[in-house]
Design a binder for this molecule. Sequence first.
Ligand SMILES: [Zn+2]
Length: 315
Amino acid sequence: MRITTLTLSLLLAAPRSTASPPPPIDAVPAQKVAPNTWVIHGPMGHPSAENRAFINNPAFLQTADGVVVVDPGSSVQIGAMVLQQIRLQTDRPVIAVLNTHVHGDHWLGNDAIRRAYPDVPIYAHPRMIAEVTQGAGERWVEMLNGITENAIEGTQVAAPTHPVDNGDELTLGGMQFRFHHNGQAHTATDLMIEVPGEDLLFTGDNANNGRIVRMDDGNFEGNIEALDIALALQRKIVVPGHGQSGGSEVIAGYRDYLTGLYQSVAELFEQGLSDFEMKDQVEQRLQLFSDWTGYQEELGKHISLAYLQIEAAAF
Ligand SMILES: [Zn+2]
């Protein structure tokens, strides 16, 4: 079609809410991990033009009344792909969306679900709702567009609407969901979502498999404590924030990394080493994790952050 001035002005005049959404990204097939639960395991790596910022693990659960979506990805394009994968399993509507934390790679895809289901309730920790109200979503859109050559262009912030906190339970379509939060862990907004009927736990970014994530908004002791809580739940199936799903070894493996790092830094701090002086020794102790995605990028930052947290705890 030739774009005339008239059609162009019509396009520009169209209200954003009725504009057709940008096309979805290439499909990544959903894998069934429990009787009623599917996970779309995102590519490993950092957001890039190549992966179009798709790096997390969107999931969906079939209930008696419809579908519950967990963390539908970084963009309206990824959210649309998640909806396509849902349509391969069921024609039932989406009845709720659950978000694990404020990092945009997990929840900006809410936009696609909201466009298809304008009244869908979106649940998140109250602190996440507050941060999104204060502009966290817009900052994430700008940041992700900046590092992906605008791969998430057109994504609008669809903020969570319903707060859920530690100990809360929801029954959605007859399926029970239990929420766990213990202050600042990976962020101050984390929810781990337990689904007893599926014997399953979504850890959010409190645990990751084969992947080291940013701790800029986190607290090492709080994150380790969250993983102790996660292990105590003894759920058979564990869906991490990034990387393949598995069992409790997913939680234990990430806990090993965090405790290994934190204890090494604490010991070397006691010996009077500064953060940059201890890097080689810490690296030697954490050899086991050197092939995890993000290790090279994050290790130095994690040492500095752990150092600051240990220093603060010492005074
Ligand atoms: Zn995160």
